[in-house]
Design a protein around this ligand. Structure first.
Ligand code: NAP
Length: 312
C-alpha cells in the first residue's frame, strides 16, 4: 500500500482508505470481515460521518459496536468523521459553534473513542460564520477531542473564507472523483474551450491546483460511481469503451478491473486518497491492489479519453 503526505510535515497516510457510509445494514460479523480485509490490505484509515446510516451516528455506532477495539488497536487506526449536514432536515447545513460541538460529542460517544483523528466539514454552509467554526475547532483541539481538521466539497474561496478565522491547517478536502466523474481533473485539460461542458468551471476554479499548492490532501469519494450515485461504471453497458480499456489494463497488470479504476486516481501526482465505499471484503482487497499499479502517462490518458473526457 502506497502512502501520501497527510497533515503535519512528514506524516503520511494510505492512498486508499475505507469509507463506512454503507455499513448500515451490515451484521457485526460483516463489519468485522470488512475491517479485517481493510487492515490486511494495509488500510488503517476509516472514513465516517455523523449522518451515515438510518439515523444520526448510526454507522459510527455500528462500527464501534461490531469491532469493540482495544485502546491499543484504536491507536493504530485513523478515524475520520464529518459534521455540518443536518440529517433529516431536508437540506440544512450548519457550521455553527453549537452544532459542531454537539455533533462531535455525539460522534465520540458513537465511535466509543476519546478522540477523532480528522474532522471534516461535510458540505459548505451558505450561512457560515468563520469565527464560529474557529471557536469550535479551538475548543475541540484544546480538549484533545479532535486532532486535525479538514473540509469536504469545498471550493478554494470557501476554504479561504474559513481561513480568515480558523488557525488550524486544513489537512484534507474530500471531493467526488472517479474516471467517469472526472471534472475535478479533466476540466483543466479542456480549459477555455467554447461550448464544452467539461470546460465549464464547476468547482470555484482551480480547486485541484489550490489543494496541491496548499498541501491539502484530496480524498476522492465515490471512486466507482458515475453521476451522483447513478451506479457503478465498472461492467456497465453505458461505458463500453472505458470498460474495454480497463479490462485490457487489468489483464496486463494482473489485477482486477476495480484496481485500474483506483489506479487512475492514485496515479495523479496530487497524492490523493481514494475513499472506497464497498462493503465486500474481496472488493476491498482487489481495489487496494490499485495502490501499487503505476499507470503510464499513455495509459492514464487513454482511460481518460475512453471515459468520454475531451483531451484536445
Ligand atoms: N464527502 C462526501 O460528500 C461523500 C459523499 C459520498 C460518499 N462519501 C464517502 O465515500 C465513500 C465511498 O462512496 P461510495 O460508497 O459511493 O463509493 P464507491 O466505492 O464508488 O461505491 C460503492 C458501491 O459500489 C458497489 N460496487 C463496488 N464495486 C462494484 C462492482 N465491481 N460491481 C458492482 N457494484 C460494485 C458497492 O457494492 P458492495 O458494497 O456490495 O460491494 C457499493 O454499493 C463512502 O463510504 C463515504 O465514506 C463521501
Amino acid at each position: 500500500m502506497k502512502t501520501v503526505p497527510f497533515g503535519p510535515a512528514d506524516a503520511v497516510a494510505p492512498n486508499v482508505v475505507a469509507g463506512m457510509m454503507r455499513i448500515n445494514d451490515s451484521s457485526d460479523d460483516q463489519i468485522r470481515d470488512l475491517y479485517r480485509a481493510a487492515r490486511d490490505a494495509g488500510i488503517d484509515f476509516f472514513d465516517h460521518a455523523d449522518i451515515y446510516g438510518d439515523h444520526v451516528h448510526h454507522c459510527e455506532t455500528r462500527f464501534a459496536e461490531a469491532l469493540s477495539l482495544s485502546a491499543a488497536e484504536r491507536d493504530e487506526i485513523t478515524i475520520q468523521t464529518k459534521c455540518g449536514i443536518v440529517k433529516d432536515a431536508g437540506g440544512v447545513f450548519d457550521f455553527s459553534y453549537d452544532h459542531i460541538i454537539r455533533q462531535v460529542d455525539g460522534s465520540l460517544k458513537a465511535l466509543q473513542t476519546d478522540y477523532i483523528d480528522v474532522l471534516l466539514l461535510h458540505r459548505p454552509d451558505a450561512l457560515v460564520e468563520p469565527e464560529e467554526v474557529a471557536k469550535a475547532f479551538d475548543e475541540l483541539e484544546g480538549a484533545g477531542k479532535v486532532r486535525s481538521f479538514g473540509v469536504s466539497n469545498h471550493t478554494p474561496g470557501q476554504i479561504d473564507l474559513l481561513r480568515t478565522a480558523v488557525e488550524q491547517k486544513f489537512v484534507a478536502n474530500q471531493l467526488q472523483l472517479s474516471i467517469a466523474h472526472g471534472a475535478l481533473v479533466t476540466q483543466g485539460i479542456a480549459a477555455n474551450m467554447m461550448g464544452l461542458e467539461q470546460s465549464a468551471v464547476l468547482d470555484g476554479g482551480g480547486l485541484l491546483e489550490y489543494c496541491r499548492i496548499n498541501e491539502i490532501t484530496i480524498q476522492a469519494w465515490s471512486p466507482l460511481q458515475h453521476g451522483m450515485f447513478r451506479g457503478v461504471f465498472l461492467g456497465s453497458d453505458e461505458f463500453p469503451e472505458l470498460n474495454a480499456v480497463i479490462d485490457r489494463l487489468a489483464a496486463q497488470y494482473g489485477v482486477e478491473p476495480i484496481a485500474i479504476a483506483i489506479a487512475w486516481i492514485t496515479r495523479h501526482p496530487a497524492g490523493m486518497q481514494v475513499v472506497l465505499g464497498t462493503t465486500t471484503p474481496a472488493r476491498v482487497a482487489a481495489a487496494a491492489a490499485g495502490s501499487d499499479v503505476y499507470l503510464t502517462r499513455a495509459e492514464w490518458y487513454e482511460l481518460t479519453r475512453a471515459a468520454g473526457h475531451r483531451v484536445p
